[in-house]
Design a protein around this ligand. Structure first.
Ligand code: NDP
Length: 444
């Protein structure tokens, strides 16, 4: 395979999909060497079969708001690959959602799910609908209208969606109710469900906790203790909240949070009590992070990014491409020792290059945030066997999975100078598993 040839062909065919091309470029560049050691892959054009999703569903979602106005949004489901299990990946509701973003997420998800070692393929879906500023009944009507279209393409053995940006427990509940009504079946077709109807303990915490478990493994390679470390966290949704939760448990000091309007910097640290406030503000009152600064009297920067502050550890937990080259240089110059990605693809290619050149610990989301989908996999298992595991049982399985992902990264990403290239390690480990499964199943 000549990576540049494959990439220029994909650029010609999908010129308006920058995020998808960015994700594919990162993976292809890091697997090129291994791929070329297997001529049988090239003979069966494995690379194109891996980059192009199995299928993409696009649909119109029509719903009525509280004023009686009829609204129209786009809906999508990308089924990328089911070679190692049913399609699996979240649903995103955000105004920025488009096919490029969902294709990048579904592509990444395929490798991430392979890394978890659980039997899950890759997929992603969503809509350009944003729950922000909508009433509860509007969100419910939208979720029902969205599922009215989606239900025919999903199922507990075919495609199992979950949450992502803009889709939390509330939205999953509404979508699950509608699926059940349409299909007439109570099955584990969605993960991230409420505990009362098939959800798993630790699923809400899993992505944030998993990221910190992965970070601990990275810090261990350099003998660094997390206690007392000043941590920059972006976002203030599900992933950011449980990242802070675990940091506080371990004696680290989260000092920032953000939303799409701006960020807060609290030099005294976000304590347990302050985090409880954030959870109520964001999950119940659906408020803005600015209100934290008003309540606790700390700095709020409208329109700013947390990456202009300095800290020991950076934990991006909002969205893609939120750390650019300048942010990365600033973080490195001000002494960051580790960056572990809770969000998907939050660092631009230039930022990644800066982190890798500086030889700081850098974990891509594909590895570091895989705890969310891994615990979704555990939720699927519990649904299948019709049992619920205890909090400790799920948490210890999550820890083990994150340690195992770290081991796989070390196996494929260890460098001659003793450092670990986690990007290469995660990409090669995920790729080899998916590639072998594709080869074994014939040309389809
Ligand atoms: P939430 O919707 O719960 O929170 C997202 C947070 O990020 C909010 O604070 C939101 O602010 C902010 N945000 C979203 N988009 C933007 C944007 N374009 N610019 C600035 N801020 C933005 O989502 P999650 O916490 O679930 O997801 C966060 C990230 O983690 C995403 O990249 C997601 O793909 C990834 N992830 C999530 C998993 C999960 O289990 N939930 C699993 C693995 C990865 P506002 O409220 O203003 O929109």
């Amino acid at each position: 395979m000549k990576v540049q040839e494959v990439l220029s062909d994909l650029k010609r065919r999908f010129p308006n999909e920058p995020e998808y091309l960015q994700a594919v470029t990162e993976v292809l560049e890091s697997i090129e060497e291994v791929y070329n050691e297997h001529p049988e892959f090239e003979k069966e054009n494995l690379i194109e079969r891996l980059c192009i999703p199995d299928r993409i569903f696009t649909f119109r979602v029509t719903w009525i708001d509280d004023k009686g106005k009829v609204n129209v949004n786009m809906g999508y489901r990308i089924q990328h690959s089911n070679v190692i299990g049913p399609y699996k990946g979240g649903i995103r509701f955000h105004e920025s959602v488009n096919p490029s973003i969902l294709k990048f997420l579904a592509f990444e998800q395929t490798f991430k799910n392979a890394l978890t070692t659980l039997p899950m393929g890759g997929g992603k879906g969503g809509s350009d609908f944003s729950p922000r500023g909508k009433s509860k009944t509007e969100v419910m009507r939208f979720c029902q209208a969205f599922m009215h279209e989606l239900w025919k393409y999903i199922g507990s053995e075919t495609d199992v969606p979950a949450g992502d940006i803009g889709v939390g427990g509330r939205e999953i509940g509404y979508m699950f109710g509608q699926y059940k009504k349409l299909q007439g079946e109570f099955t584990g077709v969605l993960t991230g469900k409420g505990l009362e109807f098939g959800g798993s303990l630790i699923r809400p915490e899993a992505t944030g906790y998993g990221n910190i478990y992965f970070l601990l493994e990275m810090l261990k390679t350099r003998g660094i203790d997390i206690a007392g470390k000043k941590c920059l966290v972006s976002g203030s949704g599900n992933v950011a909240q449980y990242t802070c939760d675990k940091l506080i448990q371990l004696g680290a000091i989260p000092v920032t949070l953000s939303d799409s309007d701006g960020y807060i910097y609290d030099p005294d640290g976000i304590t347990r009590e302050k985090l409880d406030y954030v959870m109520e503000l964001k999950n119940i009152d659906r408020g803005r992070i600015r209100e934290y600064a008003e309540t606790y009297g700390c700095k709020y920067v409208p329109g700013g990014h947390v990456w202009s502050e300095s800290g020991d550890i950076a934990l991006p937990s909002a969205t893609q491409n939120e750390i650019d080259g300048d942010d990365a240089r600033h973080l490195v110059e001000t002494g960051v020792i580790a960056v572990s990605e809770g969000a998907n693809m939050p660092s631009t290619p230039e930022a990644i290059e800066v982190f890798q050149k500086a030889k700081i610990l850098y974990a891509p989301g594909k590895a570091a945030n895989a705890g969310g989908v891994a615990t979704s996999g555990l939720e699927m298992t519990q649904n299948s066997i019709r049992l619920s595991w205890s909090r400790d049982e799920v948490d210890s399985k999550l820890k083990e999975i994150m340690k195992d992902i770290h081991r796989q990264c070390v196996k494929y990403g260890a460098q001659p100078d003793g450092t670990i290239d986690y990007v290469k390690g995660a990409n090669i480990a995920g790729f080899m598993k998916v590639a072998k499964a594709i080869m074994a199943q014939g040309i389809l």
